[in-house]
Design a protein. Structure first.
Lengths: 404, 279
């Protein structure tokens, strides 16, 4: 097993700077996911680690040894291609055996390893078929099997389930997680699907335009995005972000999104070093951080429910006030119909403040409001138990939405 | 008359008049003692022409020479043509120009190529002897070498054809398979023999089928370049039998024997081709 370290990797394609000074350490047995939009350099980085792409400068180390000048064959790293890259003229068995036969493994050993890998992937019955006769899911299993037969130091996967249909993707995701759990090989996985990234990764590496944006566990990246890009790339539906004015009002803080003003705990004043009103910030709040109430109550502002998208387990409701739209997540059916006047406020614990200039998060973490209303006593975590006027669902943030 | 028929009917008529009819008519002649040079009527003699031909040791010698020629020429073309295709199947400057230049030989007329190479082989002023320092070596007059000299010319002329088809086959092998093979730790030779060759095989077989058929009925090159008994391939014998000896009926029979042989050989290839395509 292996530790992979990238030190100041740079790579150009002609005039395009695709990887910009990327440094990263992937620990032994870790499952790291590179996440970013297409063209962000994640696949190029992965191919550079595998030896399919040369880098302009920097070091790639495998267990402390530089490998950037080795041929792909000498790196002892397996790679699963997005389009499977199965050998069309071989049977499944021959495809699985190829990496072993290429280094002259004795026949008996090849047979034993191929059969055991085929068994663990549930493809034993397909060994004599040719790839062209298989479904996408089976082809992907074989591509993964071909990577596993050689017990590589590290396993790189380039959007391996990207071309499968949604249902199969979900099934393969679970299988990949199980395989990693059983084999424990150091894995790097590239995807643009944040749901895949959240559900598989030990750590997520968010990339954009060749630059690492944030490296962290799925929860860290979701709850504490380092900048606006990460905040908006991760989470579905996307986080509400708007320029805001923060000022002090009667000893407490207040954020204004155009005409819509929400109270914030007094702590914010100190955190922002607020002497005068600040308008150089943006406020980010995920839909589940927008709390909706059907009845008027202190701290809640009147808004109008506009669009309602039912997701089954929850609804996404667009709240309108003037030109400003705020997307909220409520329990399913909470707002009966579009046009209903409702009341909303922002949960300070889920509010993010970003610098308008740099996009960087200010890293402000506030406490939740201390509820004093008797009908809420101690039931904050279970808002739907008899609280017909309170619409925040209790699901965990990581499950929000299903990326298409 | 639909527009479809406007195009189809002339073609079909043409084929019937100039292909199907002569084919059947000559089949009829092959069972007679017809001589086109006399006014004698054609007498039906059954299979006599065929039995005579197949028991004639001289005809068999013509067939042996032809087989020899086909072997040397096709193997040579596949090696040279496929080799050139491998060299060209990469990023390089002037690749298009180079490919076009290499294709030129096969665009020339057979007779012209034959005449050119006769000059090149000339024992007195030919450049081949000059370059190789062979003095006055008689390429085309030497009974042991003349056939190889003709085959060499054929290789020069038709290797580009094999190259062109191989190039198409090679560029159709997806690049990601080579990447996968590199990841799977396969060396150059291993990749070539287990990935490249099997995937190019079907199209290479098509090139081989075409070249075998052509080489089997080769006439112009050998006829223009030499007149050695050792270079008398079967089509030259056929030509002499039909138009010098005027044994029209017998030559028709020989032509049918050649046709059946070519069909048999290509059938074997087609079987392999279908097998290769199944994968």
């Amino acid at each position: 097993m292996a530790e992979i370290e990238l030190r100041h990797i740079d790579k150009h394609f002609g005039v395009v700077h695709v990887i910009k000074d990327v440094s990263l350490t992937v620990k032994d047995r870790e499952f790291v996911v590179f996440l970013g939009p297409s063209g962000c350099g994640k696949t190029t980085t992965l191919r550079a680690i595998a030896g399919l792409e040369e880098i302009d400068s920097g070091d790639i180390l495998l267990d402390g040894k530089p490998i950037q000048n080795l041929r792909a064959a000498d790196r002892d790293i397996a790679f699963v291609f997005q389009n499977y890259a199965l050998y069309p003229h071989f049977t499944v068995y021959q495809n699985l055996a190829f990496p072993l036969e290429a280094v002259r493994t004795p026949r008996a050993e090849v047979e034993q390893v191929v059969r055991s890998v085929a068994k663990s992937l549930g493809i034993s019955h397909l060994l004599r078929a040719r790839p062209s006769a298989l479904s996408g899911g089976d082809m992907q299993r074989i591509a993964i099997g071909r990577a596993l037969v050689r017990r590589p130091k590290a396993l790189l996967l380039d959007e391996p389930i990207g071309s499968l249909d949604a249902k199969l993707r979900e099934q393969m995701r679970v299988e990949l997680k199980r395989l990693h759990y059983e084999n424990g090989s150091t894995s790097i996985y590239v995807t643009h699907d944040q749901v895949e990234a959240m559900s598989l990764a030990d750590r997520i590496v968010v990339m954009n335009e060749g630059v690492l944006q944030q490296v962290g566990t799925p929860t860290e990246v979701y709850l504490y995005p380092a900048n606006l890009f990460v905040a908006q790339f991760i989470g579905s539906p996307v986080m509400n972000v708007a320029p805001t004015v923060v000022r002090e009002v009667d000893g407490a803080a207040e954020v204004a999104l155009d005409g819509l003003k929400f109270g914030m705990p007094a702590d914010l004043i100190g955190m922002l070093n607020l002497k005068a009103a600040r308008s150089d910030l943006s406020l980010g709040i995920r839909p589940e951080g927008v709390e909706v109430s059907l009845a008027e109550r202190p701290g809640y502002r009147p808004v109008e429910a506009h669009l309602i998208q039912p997701y089954g387990g929850f609804d996404i409701v667009d709240l309108k006030s003037g030109d400003r739209t705020l997307r909220a997540r409520t329990v399913s059916g909470f707002v009966p119909r579009p046009g209903t006047p409702v009341f909303a406020r922002i949960d300070p614990a889920q509010a993010h403040f970003f610098d308008n200039q740099t996009g960087a998060s200010l890293g402000i973490r506030l406490e939740r409001f201390q509820e004093k209303m008797p009908e809420f006593s101690g039931s904050k975590a279970l808002p739907n138990k008899g609280l017909d006027h309170f619409g925040v669902s209790a699901e965990t943030p990581g499950e929000a939405g299903q990326g298409a | 008359m639909t527009i479809r028929n406007v195009f189809v009917i002339p073609t079909v008529l043409f084929l019937i008049v100039f292909n199907v009819f002569p084919l059947l008519y000559s089949l009829g002649y092959s069972f007679t003692d017809f001589r086109a040079s006399t006014k004698d009527p054609a007498n039906f003699i059954g299979l006599k022409n065929y039995t005579d031909l197949l028991s004639d040791p001289f005809i068999w010698r013509n067939f042996t020479i032809t087989a020899h020629y086909v072997m040397v020429s096709v193997v040579g073309q596949v090696i040279v043509g496929f080799g050139l295709a491998l060299l060209l199947n990469r990023q390089m400057p002037f690749k298009g120009l180079l490919t076009t230049l290499l294709l030129l030989p096969m665009m020339l007329s057979m007779a012209v190529v034959g005449l050119f190479w006769k000059l090149l082989y000339d024992p007195n002023f030919g450049i081949i002897n000059y370059v190789l320092g062979l003095g006055r070596f008689e390429w085309l007059a030497d009974p042991d070498f003349a056939l190889y000299a003709v085959a060499l010319t054929d290789i020069w002329m038709w290797s580009p054809f094999v190259m062109l088809l191989s190039l198409a086959g090679l560029s159709a092998v997806p690049k990601h398979l080579y990447e996968a093979a590199a990841i799977d730790r396969a060396g150059r030779f291993y990749t070539f023999f287990r990935i490249t060759l099997p995937l190019v095989a079907p199209i290479l077989l098509i090139a081989i089928i075409f070249r075998t058929m052509e080489a089997f009925k080769t006439f112009d090159l050998a006829y223009v370049m030499t007149s050695q008994p050792t270079t008398e391939v079967v089509s030259i014998r056929l030509y002499k039998m039909a138009f010098q000896e005027w044994q029209t009926g017998k030559s028709c029979a020989l032509a049918y024997i050649v046709l059946i042989m070519v069909l048999c050989i290509t059938n074997v290839y087609v079987k392999y081709l279908n097998k290769a395509k199944e994968r």
